[in-house]
Design a binder for this molecule. Structure first.
Ligand code: F6R
Length: 614
């Protein structure tokens, strides 16, 4: 949420900032702005709305420079307006700042600064921070590192979260950056340095990066960078090489990132599985869990925590691990877990799932679990992300960058890893070699099965066209298809703004059936043969109330066209993998409904990728 980019070097900073902001736009698109320093003066340009508005304005106003910061905003404090857009300037014009996060004690700092004669133009918490920096700068006696020290001192008084990039017009060759709970990485160039909220903004310039840790602050100059902490402690700097190519973050000829990412799923699944099967092909293996077989066997309960779509992946993990490994699993919203003191057995293993690896609530749940002394593991997509680094061990998804705000390929990769975990833990317990081998074979075949489902895109597009005018829809499924019903409803509502609910199919009778009418179609996820008749009964119940029915069923199923209005057939696969196969139609359905409704699919209203506020 909110994207930050900064550049100091010998090239045109404006172009680098604008390119970076275009790539970061998925993190927030309420407003965008840049600031450069030229001849010891700030040039600041801000525009409401998309980065394109800013780019248009830059064509008319020259703000050249070799050092600068940029920001794309997802509004927290203050309405969406040019006045509230970043970068913000301090009252006496010494500093400019781009900030991602929330300053919780901004009211008391504001009162303090008002008493010292500071004035404010915006309604933002960020303007308070940049003025606090100026206040400390004016008080600082020691001329050495005065810029860095004043930022350190200001941050000492701040409660909340931040990723910041700060310019000082008296230090025209430097940027000071700092982070607490909002991601930031430094890109190391030759004679130039970059800072960004995520790698996509700078990957075209450098592959050498350093991820800042919480509590760290850094000074960047064209030739060097120096990292310390708010308390001036020394820091072990870990340089990493980015593991993905710039092209991975492009649209690649697709109309939307979301569609591209839906079609990337066979590859993402392959990547999630690569190198993760035992030599005898009867179980999975994971390099990063950092737990011995003995320790894993002692686990008698698993708690999964996450947010949004990743939370739904946790629900699928619950079904899979309980069924195949016979370990009791609980699932919590990360935002709930962090504030409730759930009684947990000492042999509980805590797993968090996060595509971005930076969702604030998920991070907080992880930290709470660690504070209580639990072993924590993370399934994340972004290598080197905060959650990946904070956990005791984990599993990378290797899905490649996910830019579409609605998560798609990351979700199915998370379920794939959950299925492999179920296999791995199951084989340590009661699952036989033969069952393990069948499971591995099914996983191996999965990418091509998903290809086959994707090939039905045109059919699903036509079905979506028929239903795109509705205002309400119910998604219904039983057992492991219930989370897929939730995911179908979430995808539809977030990108098409059609009201939709996901429910366990039978539970529908205990309330939601009151919504059912010819105006509220029902989308059934009915791929399980074992309980097919139960689903058919529920289909009859809604049809007799005149609801139109779309269903996903398996090829050869007894659920035929005569029971439903629209049928999408998917291949019959190993039961553990059916949730993945059934996800593809609901993703495509949501995508095409949103397209027919003329929605901005990659940038749905009010949303942004990576929620780094509470
Ligand atoms: C929905 C969606 C969100 C994310 C959620 C968690 O399509 O993308 O619900 O799943 O914000 O994000 P991560 O997985 O990055 O922690």
């Amino acid at each position: 949420m909110c994207g930050i980019i900064g550049y100091v070097g010998n090239k045109d900073a404006v172009q680098i900032l604008l390119d970076g902001l275009t790539r970061l736009e998925y993190r927030g698109y309420d407003s965008a702005g840049i600031a450069t320093v030229v001849d010891s003066e700030f040039n600041i340009l801000r525009r409401v709305g998309r980065v394109a508005n800013l780019i248009d304005a830059v064509d008319r106003v020259s703000i050249a420079g070799f050092v600068g910061i940029g920001h794309t905003r997802w509004a927290t404090h203050g309405v969406v307006s040019e006045k509230n857009a970043h970068p913000h300037q301090s009252a006496h014009g010494l500093f400019s700042i781009a900030h991602n996060g929330v300053i919780e004690n901004y009211e008391s700092i504001r009162e303090f600064l008002l008493g010292k004669g500071f004035t404010f133009e915006s309604e933002t918490d960020t303007e308070i921070l940049v003025n606090l920096i100026e206040y400390h700068f004016n008080k600082e006696q020691d001329p050495e590192n005065k810029f860095l020290k004043s930022v350190q001192k200001a941050l000492f008084h701040v409660r909340g979260t931040y990723g910041i990039a700060v310019l000082c017009k008296d230090y025209a060759n430097e940027i000071v950056v700092a982070r607490k709970s909002s991601p930031l990485l430094i890109g190391i160039g030759s004679g130039e340095m970059f800072v960004a909220s995520d790698a996509s903004a700078i990957a075209q310039h450098t592959r050498d990066v350093v991820y800042l840790n919480d509590g760290e602050i850094a000074r960047l100059t064209p030739s060097d960078f120096f990292i310390t902490t708010l308390r001036n402690e020394s820091v072990d700097v870990v340089k990493c090489e980015l593991d993905w190519r710039v092209e991975d973050a492009d649209r690649g000829g697709y109309e939307h990132y979301m569609l591209k990412e839906i079609f990337e799923q066979p590859k993402a699944l392959e990547n999630a599985m690569r190198g993760r099967f035992s030599d005898d092909l009867s179980t999975a293996r994971f390099g990063g869990l950092r737990m011995s077989t003995r320790e894993l066997r002692q686990v008698d309960r698993i708690l999964f925590c996450a947010c949004g779509t990743a939370w739904i992946a946790c629900l699928v993990a619950e079904y899979l691990i309980e069924k195949y490994a016979r370990i009791p699993v609980e699932v919590e919203y990360a935002s709930e877990f962090r504030y409730q003191n759930s009684p947990l057995d000492k042999n509980t293993l805590i797993f968090v799932i996060s595509q971005s690896g930076e969702t604030l609530d998920t991070m907080a749940a992880l930290q709470e679990a660690k504070r209580k002394g639990f072993r924590t593991l993370a399934i994340t997509n972004v290598v080197g992300s905060a959650i990946a680094r904070e956990s005791d061990g984990g599993i990378y998804q290797h899905s490649g960058p996910e830019i579409g705000v609605a998560s798609t390929k990351a979700f199915t990769a998370q379920i794939c890893i959950a299925a492999m975990l179920a296999l791995y833990l199951g084989r340590m317990r009661d699952m036989s070699f033969e069952d393990g081998a069948l499971f591995v074979q099914a996983l191996h075949d999965l990418p091509s099965v998903v290809e086959d489902v994707l090939a039905q895109g045109d059919v699903i597009e036509k079905i979506a066209e028929k239903y795109a005018h509705h205002d309400d829809m119910l998604f219904l499924g039983r057992q492991a298809m219930f989370p897929i019903a939730l995911e179908g409803a979430l995808k539809l509502k977030e990108i098409s703004y059609m009201h939709s609910e996901g429910y366990p199919a039978a539970e529908m009778k205990h309330g939601p059936i009151a919504l059912v009418s010819e105006k509220c179609p029902c989308f059934f996820l009915a791929t399980q043969e074992r309980i097919l008749q139960k689903n058919v009964a529920n289909i009859q119940e809604v049809r007799s109330r005149r609801a139109k029915v779309i269903a996903v069923a398996t090829a050869g199923s007894e659920l035929t066209e005569k029971f439903v209005d629209d049928l999408i057939l998917v291949p019959n696969v190993h039961a553990a993998l059916q949730p993945i196969v059934a996800t593809i139609p609901v993703q495509l359905f949501a995508y095409y409904v949103a397209k027919f409704r003329g929605c901005d699919i990659d940038k749905p209203r009010n949303l942004a990728k990576s929620v780094t506020v509470e």
